[in-house]
Design a protein around this ligand. Structure first.
Ligand code: UT7
Length: 324
């Protein structure tokens, strides 16, 4: 018994914010952002548009692609670090909106690795008897972005991507997933205020502690090392060579990180999905949005061998390899 991807979907808010728009907000330039990150524009949620709203749209599209109804779902997992509320789980709001009356629902918090972590949970549940699990990565990063901090505000965007993971007894399916973390590096990317250590207060607001703080340069180096390491682990666990891959779908954080990784792995750039120029870093949503685009553009077909690779706050890093 394997777990396969039965359908994909994605959704991005209509509002496009370009690098030129950011030039009017902080001391930056289109040239700096494009050269240092590869990002040209990102989508930003409208006022009042929350994580579950994006997730529901992506989830509906994935269900349609899979030819399933919401009532077929056994479980909904939402990977996010920007849920609608501290509680309840955003997945419960999605379950209600979709009318997935038979589904259990919970969120998974592993920052930019959240989707791959959630995919591995779905894989395990399907292998142990569930039939259909909806896995959604959905983020409204704009809500935790400090729009006065040029070190971070040029990087992030909002969006959602979803896959339906279903039981399969054929060749197709998730071949393996690999999950890692190193909490000694927890301070590299952090939202320091608003949680139980530093609950919301006037001080939190005054010091802007409710927003993402990131040591970008240190994160960059760890990202290159961990993405290369986990890709090699994944290939060797499955007896695969780099040449066997049809497509590498990495977390879309920075084009320079990804160029360094694929150079080290010896992967031709034609086999790498890059769309961060249009979305920026959408955290847990980046890989499922990219997967959905690849499927709809015909870059992933039945039989394609696809490897995912992610890293993010925690630090966490993760991968999966899928025979489509
Ligand atoms: O998914 C979450 C994981 N996070 C990441 O993947 C982020 C990983 N890190 C990065 O992508 C890069 O480190 C950044 C894009 C964040 C920064 O690029 P960098 O090449 O590492 O630049 P830097 O931090 O070393 O800064 C270089 C200079 C600094 O100025 P000085 O000190 O040399 O005068 C910054 O103040 O660039 C300056 N700078 C900017 N200049 C114009 C930083 N942000 C900007 C900006 N516009 N937006």
């Amino acid at each position: 018994m394997k777990a396969c991807i039965a359908g994909t979907g994605s959704y991005a808010p209509a509002n496009v914010v370009t690098n030129a728009d950011l030039e009017r907000m902080v001391a930056t330039s289109d040239e700096w952002i494009r050269e240092r990150t590869g990002i040209r524009e990102r989508r930003i949620a409208a006022t009042g548009e929350a994580c579950s709203d994006l997730a529901v749209q992506a989830g509906k599209r994935a269900l349609t692609a899979a030819g399933l109804s919401a009532t077929d779902l056994d479980m909904i997992l939402v990977a996010t670090c920007t849920g609608d509320y501290p509680l309840p789980a955003t997945a419960c709001l999605v379950q209600h909106q979709l009318g997935a009356t038979k589904a259990a629902a919970c969120d998974l918090s592993a920052a930019c690795c959240g989707f791959v972590y959630a995919l591995s949970v779905a894989d395990a549940y399907v292998k142990s008897g569930m039939r259909h699990v909806l896995v959604i990565g959905s983020e409204v990063m704009s809500a935790i972005t400090d729009w006065t901090d040029r070190n971070t505000c040029v990087l992030f965007g909002d969006g959602a991507g979803a896959v339906v993971v279903s039981a399969s007894d054929g060749e197709q399916g998730i071949l393996s997933t690999h999950l890692r973390s190193d909490g000694t590096l927890c301070e590299l990317i952090m939202v320091p205020g608003g949680g139980s250590r530093t609950p919301p207060s006037e001080k939190v607001i005054a010091e802007r502690l409710q927003y993402i703080k990131m040591k970008g340069n240190e994160t960059f180096k760890v990202a290159v090392r961990t993405l290369e390491e986990i890709a090699r682990t994944t290939l060797s666990a499955n007896g695969l060579r780099v040449e066997d891959l049809d497509l590498y779908v990495p977390h879309q954080a920075n084009v320079r990180i990804l160029k360094a990784v694929i150079e080290r792995l010896g992967l031709p750039k034609e086999k790498v999905l890059l769309n961060l120029d249009r979305y920026g870093n959408t955290s847990a949503a980046s890989i499922p949005i990219a997967l959905d685009e690849a499927v709809r553009e015909g870059r992933i077909k039945d039989g394609s061998l696809v490897m995912l690779g992610a890293f993010g706050a925690g630090l966490t890093w993760a991968s999966a390899v899928i025979r489509w």
